[in-house]
Design a protein around this ligand. Structure first.
Ligand SMILES: [Zn+2]
Length: 243
């Protein structure tokens, strides 16, 4: 598995989709995937030609620890928004669910942690934009409600000149779920709903010949979906990294 951020530039906006795990965040029991990371994420962003202050929007598909980490960084001992000029687009349903307490047993211990270090600083700096499905950002991006993995999970569809890319977050974690769409992860809030959402997205990606960009498929992780004799198949994945 990988954790991806995607950088999208439109004529008017510079947009970061997904904020991965972040650095120096305590996630007990999550090591080595989550706990106290020290990765050159911002250097890589700069190498891609964008400084943090140039990001206009950060889009979070959902509010789990591995999707909101770079919302903030540690500055003089305090968690502050990494992208000072950005609006952080987050699901209203998801934010409310997190505020009333961990909505999943598996995240109950982490919920307060990542709410405190990765979401609350964004709310306190009034940089949040709480949205629901149907929200449109500029001419090319629209948020769609895709609940199941989490209560307010969102997919972001990017459309231009008849083509479509689907930033599908955690609707699928691994390509095997293309072949077995009824397999939901252990971290799904509602596994049955997650499977139903997954099937709908796979059908639609097949029909529209969409480029699918899940958050955790290995290597670059972009793929196209088509039908095969027994259901769906996944094409165009890069070879996974050797390590
Ligand atoms: Zn995830």
């Amino acid at each position: 598995m990988s954790s991806h951020s995607w950088l999208v530039r439109t004529r008017h906006h510079t947009i970061l989709i997904e904020a991965c795990t972040g650095n120096h965040k305590s996630r007990p029991g999550g090591a080595p995937l989550f706990d106290m990371l020290d990765r050159p994420y911002l250097d890589r962003l700069t190498a891609a030609g964008v400084r943090p202050e140039e990001i206009d929007y950060v889009l979070c598909t959902h509010l789990h620890a591995d999707h909101v980490g770079w919302n903030t960084y540690l500055h003089d001992g305090r968690w502050v928004p990494t992208f000072p000029n950005a609006k952080y687009v987050m699901s209203k349903i998801e934010c409310e669910a997190l505020q009333v307490g961990g909505h999943e047993a598996d995240f109950a211990t982490w919920g307060p942690l990542f709410y405190q270090d990765s979401i609350l600083p964004v709310l306190e700096s009034r940089q949040e934009m709480l949205i629901e499905g149907g929200f449109q950002l500029g001419d090319h991006l629209v948020a769609e409600s895709t609940p199941g993995h989490s209560p307010g999970h969102l997919l972001f569809a990017l459309r231009d000149r008849g083509e479509e890319a689907l930033f599908s977050g955690d609707i699928m974690h691994h390509p095997i779920q293309v072949y077995y769409p009824d397999w939901s992860s252990a971290f799904c809030f509602d596994p049955v709903m997650a499977a139903s959402t997954r099937r709908k997205v796979l059908e639609r990606a097949t029909e529209n010949r969409s480029l699918l960009l899940p958050a955790h498929f290995a290597a670059r992780g972009a793929c196209c979906i088509s039908h095969n004799a027994s259901g769906f198949q996944c094409q165009g994945l890069d070879e996974p990294d050797s390590d």
